[in-house]
Design a protein around this ligand. Structure first.
Ligand code: ADP
Length: 471
C-alpha cells in the first residue's frame, strides 16, 4: 500500500460529507474543527451538498473558496432530495443502523437515488482530485463513493468514517442492499468506527458474508484488498468549549435561566428531537423521580432542549406529538403555582448559550437508546468547573459510554433505575462529584477532536503512530 505522504509534505486532503462548513455558522461544529487545519494546510477540498434543491440542478458543482479551503458544492433535484436524503438515508439507513428495524420504512425503499447521488458526488471528487490526494468520506450518506471511484480505475487512498453505530450483522443483513453495501465498503482502505463494538460488528460481517480474513489487529483481507478497521471515537474541541462556557453569551444565558430557577437544582437534557435519543423514556424517568421522591418536588427542575429535526419524516412528527403530550401530563400531575417540573424547549440555541446552560446545571441526562458517540455528554463535562462539577448520567447505549466509565451509566429503558440514579446524582457529595469529573475531563480533554483526526490518519503522514485509547 502506498503511504507516500510525510508530515513535512502532507498529501492534499479531500473531504466528502453531506453537510459542509461552507456556512460560517457550521464552522464551530466538531467535524469542521477537525478538518479545517488539514484542509487549509494542504490546500484541500471539501465536497458536499450545497443545501439547495433545484428543479434543474447543474451537473457541475459550484466552486467556492473560503479561508484557503476549496469547496465543490453539489445541488440536488427534488426527487433526489426525497429519494436519497429523506427516504433511503434517513428513513431506511438511519433507523436500521440505530437498531430500529421496527421504524425502517421499507415502503419508501428505492436504492436508485442513493446510488445516483453517490455517483454524482464521486464524480465531483474525480473531476477535482488526483491519485496522490487522500480522500476522506464521512457517514452513512456515502457508503458507495470509493466503489464508484474504483470502478473508474481510481487507485489512490480513500478513507471512510461512520459517525453512527454499525449494527450487529443480522440487523445489517435486513437491508436489501446489504451485500452490495458490504462489498462497496471494502473499496475503502481505512474505515474508522466510533466504538470497539462497531468494529467487531463490521469485522464479523466482512468475515461471515464477504469471505474476509482477519490479519493482525486492525486489518481484514477481503476481495483481494486489505481494509483497515480502526476504532476512532470522535471527540470535541474541549478547550474551546470550556472557553465558550466562560464567555459572555454563555453567562448571559445562564443568568437568564438562574433568574427563573430561583435557587432550584437543575437537570438538563440537550438533544436533536430524534427517536434514537430516548426522550419519552427520559421524561418518564423524571416523572418517576418526582413521584418516588416527593422531597424533589418544587426544588428541582428538568429542562429539555430539543429542536425538531427532519420534521417532514412521519416518525419525527409522531415523536413530537408524544413529547408534547408527556410533558403536558407530567406538568399537570406534579406542577404547582410556583413550579414547573419540566421545561421543554423545542428550539435550537446558540452553541455558546448551550455551553452556559450546561455549566450552571447540576445533572445532565444523556440517555439515548442508541447513539454513535453523543457529543452532548462530552460538552457537558468540558463546560463544568472543578470546584463544583455537575454529574453526568449516561446511557450504556451511547458510544461515549465506552470512554466515559466514570459517569453514572444507566439502561435508558429501565426508567425506574434512571429515576433512582437521578436521585443519587442530585445527592452526590462534592468529593465524589469532583473525582468522577476529573477522570471524565481528562478523557474529554486529551481524546479531543484533533486526537481523533490524528488517530484516523496515523500512520498516513499526519502523525506517525496510532494514539492509544486510555482505559
Ligand atoms: P447527533 O449528532 O445525533 O445530533 P450529538 O450529541 O453527537 O448528536 O451531537 C449533537 C450536537 O448538536 C452537539 O454539539 C449539541 O451541542 C448540538 N445541539 C443539540 N441540541 C441543540 C440545540 N437545541 N441547539 C443547538 N445545538 C444543539
Amino acid at each position: 500500500r502506498q503511504t507516500h505522504n510525510t508530515p513535512q509534505n502532507p498529501v492534499r486532503l479531500i473531504a466528502v460529507s453531506n453537510r459542509t462548513a461552507v456556512d460560517p455558522n457550521a464552522r464551530a461544529g466538531g467535524l469542521a474543527v477537525a478538518l479545517w487545519d488539514s484542509l487549509k494546510s494542504t490546500n484541500g477540498l471539501w465536497v458536499g451538498w450545497s443545501g439547495k434543491v433545484k428543479d434543474f440542478p447543474s451537473l457541475t458543482p459550484t466552486k467556492v473558496t473560503d479561508d484557503g479551503v476549496d469547496f465543490a458544492l453539489c445541488d440536488m433535484s427534488k426527487p433526489q432530495y426525497e429519494g436519497f436524503y429523506l427516504n433511503y438515508a434517513n428513513s431506511i439507513l438511519w433507523p436500521l443502523f440505530h437498531n430500529r428495524l421496527d421504524l425502517v420504512n421499507f415502503d419508501l425503499h428505492n436504492f436508485a437515488p442513493y446510488q445516483e447521488t453517490n455517483r454524482q458526488f464521486a464524480k465531483a471528487v474525480e473531476d477535482n482530485a488526483n491519485s496522490e490526494d487522500f480522500i476522506w468520506v464521512h457517514d452513512y450518506h456515502f457508503f458507495l463513493i470509493a466503489h464508484e471511484l474504483r470502478k473508474n480505475g481510481w487507485t489512490g487512498e480513500i478513507g471512510f468514517f461512520l459517525h453512527i453505530p454499525f449494527p450487529a450483522p443480522d440487523v445489517f443483513r435486513a437491508l436489501p442492499e446489504a451485500a452490495l453495501m458490504g462489498r462497496a465498503l471494502c473499496d475503502y482502505d481505512i474505515i474508522g468506527l466510533q466504538t470497539s463494538t462497531d468494529v467487531i460488528n463490521l469485522k464479523r460481517y466482512l468475515v461471515e458474508d464477504c469471505g474476509g480474513k482477519e490479519v493482525g489487529e486492525e486489518d481484514v483481507l477481503v476481495f483481494g484488498r486489505t481494509v483497515t478497521l480502526r476504532h476512532c471515537p470522535i471527540g470535541i474541541d474541549a478547550k474551546n468549549f470550556r472557553k465558550a462556557a466562560l464567555g459572555k453569551p454563555a453567562k448571559k444565558a445562564a443568568k437568564k435561566l438562574r433568574r427563573f430557577l430561583g435557587g432550584r437544582k437543575q437537570i438538563i437534557g440537550v438533544d436533536r428531537m430524534d427517536y434514537s435519543k430516548g426522550l419519552p423514556q427520559r421524561f418518564e424517568a423524571v416523572s418517576k423521580l418526582f413521584d418516588h421522591f416527593p422531597e424533589t418536588r418544587g426544588v428541582t427542575s428538568f429542562m429539555q432542549i430539543a429542536p425538531p429535526s427532519r420534521s417532514i419524516v412521519d416518525e419525527y412528527v409522531q415523536l413530537r406529538e408524544r413529547l408534547d403530550g408527556l410533558c403536558g401530563r407530567i406538568n399537570g400531575d406534579y406542577g404547582d403555582l410556583d413550579w414547573i417540573p419540566i421545561r421543554y424547549l423545542a428550539r435550537p440555541y446558540e452553541r455558546a448559550e448551550i455551553a452556559g446552560l450546561y455549566a450552571m446545571s447540576d445533572v445532565c441526562l444523556v440517555t439515548p437508546l442508541q447513539d454513535g458517540m453523543n457529543l452532548v455528554a462530552k460538552e457537558f463535562i468540558a463546560a463544568q468547573d472543578e470546584s463544583d462539577p455537575g454529574v453526568l448520567i449516561l446511557s450504556q447505549f451511547a458510544g461515549a459510554a465506552e470512554q466515559m466509565k466514570e459517569a453514572l451509566i444507566v439502561n435508558p429503558y429501565d426508567t425506574e433505575a434512571v429515576a433512582q440514579t437521578l436521585h443519587k446524582a442530585l445527592n452526590m457529595p462534592l468529593e465524589e462529584r469532583q473525582a468522577r469529573w476529573k477522570a471524565l475531563h481528562k478523557t474529554v480533554d486529551t481524546q479531543d477532536i484533533n486526537w481523533w483526526r490524528n488517530r484516523f490518519f496515523a500512520p498516513r503522514g499526519f502523525t506517525q503512530s496510532v494514539p492509544k485509547i486510555a482505559t
